[in-house]
Design a protein. Structure first.
Length: 106
């Protein structure tokens, strides 16, 4: 950045290109104006280091996207027990009914 007194008269961006064609930028300072503008335009907020103590209280909590897994034993679920008992009883009754037709006189 070039200044004349307090007036900014120009800026320049310098990039280097490595032999493999990848451009590198060596400007590592924070562009605070850009970050504040982005935060304002997107409904966010720019946080300064001295404000970070208030950050945990400002973050809103949402259940969206959170999955919980609950494991239950089959024997603690009466509907499963009754279904298995019903299937076993139906099989037993059908076997008894069909067995009476298979008896051959001898």
């Amino acid at each position: 950045m070039a200044k004349r007194g307090d007036e900014e008269i120009g800026r320049d961006v310098l990039a280097f290109e490595r032999i493999d064609g990848v451009a590198e930028s060596f400007h590592t300072e924070q562009n605070r104006e850009l970050l504040e503008k982005l935060a304002t335009e997107t409904g966010g907020r720019y946080w300064r280091p001295q404000d970070l103590g208030r950050l945990p209280g400002e973050i809103s909590y949402s259940d969206a996207g959170i999955t919980t897994r609950e494991t239950k034993d089959l024997w603690n679920m009466p509907i499963v027990f009754l279904l298995i008992l019903g299937l076993c009883s139906a099989e037993w009754l059908l076997r008894r009914k069909w067995a009476s037709y298979e008896v051959c006189p001898g």
